[in-house]
Design a binder for this molecule. Structure first.
Ligand code: NAD
Length: 278
């Protein structure tokens, strides 16, 4: 039976460190959060970010912009926040309406205020192993792997999902540790090759967003399973991996909820402090 890799518990430890650092600052930190239109999943993220900021004495400023705002007006809004000395970090809530492409927008956030680590400059630094601020979810995953005590050197790691916010930057962070990284995605699935890759994974990270995509009996015995997926099924939140069977085979597994999610929000706030050193 696998041990549970509980992000919630690690998040508490990091939170205690952050509290201490924030206590020693002689200013009130301000995190500006931009929400374009209404969306139920971004509401969940906003709620947890707001709660954590309140706990840590950070001013969380939510800016709700109209669903039909143009990309150029959104850029103007970001530029204003960049110039505002009272604002220390800027975050854009996802998903954005379809007429706005995050890849166009992310480069307008001042890299020093880019607490999500998604500005091309911050992303690019990862390639050189010189990142000053890391994207929150990959950073949370690395933190979870550290907690297991596993040595990543030469390990067979399979990452499923190659998005800009999770799979791609994570693959680079793993390579930095000399893991042997395989990245799978929709085309791997369409060729019917997902199972064979999963079966050889000593460490498996799944970030797709499809409930129970990964069958429990594919999981290699003794492996580490990080399930990033968040899926709402019959009013319950479940991951991308069939947990009931996977937990019997893995050595470590993240629960959903309570795994990657709570840690991601804490790392966002850690980034807010890290960007102050840039
Ligand atoms: P995305 O939609 O940007 O990317 C999905 C990826 O999955 C793509 O690489 C796509 O090719 C791949 N994919 C789609 N269908 C597939 C299939 N059948 N087989 C294999 N690969 C397939 O998603 P994202 O933003 O990276 O998020 C992925 C999941 O992780 C979502 O459920 C999201 O809610 C969750 N997420 C959780 C956190 C957290 O903090 N816990 C953070 C970010 C995302």
């Amino acid at each position: 039976m696998a041990r549970l890799l509980e992000g919630r518990v690690i998040a508490q430890k990091i939170k205690a460190e952050l509290k201490n650092q924030i206590y020693n600052l002689d200013l009130k930190l301000v995190l500006a959060s931009i929400q374009v239109g209404e969306n139920s999943s971004s509401e969940i993220y906003i709620k947890s970010q707001k709660k954590l900021c309140e706990e840590l004495g950070i001013d969380y400023q939510l800016h709700k912009l109209k669903e039909n705002i143009s990309e150029s007006d959104l850029v103007e809004f970001i530029k204003k926040l960049n110039l505002d000395k009272a604002v220390h970090g800027i975050i854009i809530q996802m998903p954005l309406p379809t007429h706005i492409d995050y890849r166009n927008i992310s480069r307008y956030i001042e890299p020093k205020k880019d607490v999500e680590g998604l500005h091309p400059e911050n992303m690019g630094r990862i390639i050189f192993g010189k990142a000053k601020v890391l994207p929150c979810t990959p950073s949370a995953i690395m933190e979870l792997l550290r907690e297991t005590g596993v040595d990543l050197y030469g390990k067979e790691v399979v990452v499923i999902g190659h998005s800009e916010i999770v799979g791609k930057p994570l693959a680079l962070l793993l390579l930095e540790k000399f893991a042997t990284v395989t990245v799978c995605h929709i085309a791997t699935f369409q060729r019917g090759r997902l199972e064979e890759h999963v079966k050889q994974a000593e460490i498996l990270v799944v970030a797709v967003g499809k409930a129970n995509l990964i069958k429990g009996n594919w999981i290699k015995k003794g492996s580490i399973v990080i399930d990033v997926g968040i899926n709402k099924v019959n009013d319950k939140i479940i991951g991308d991996v069939e947990f009931e069977e996977a937990v019997k085979r893995a050595s470590w597994i993240t629960p959903v909820p309570g795994g990657v999610g709570p840690l991601t929000t804490t790392i966002l706030i850690r980034n807010l402090l890290e960007t102050r050193k840039m």
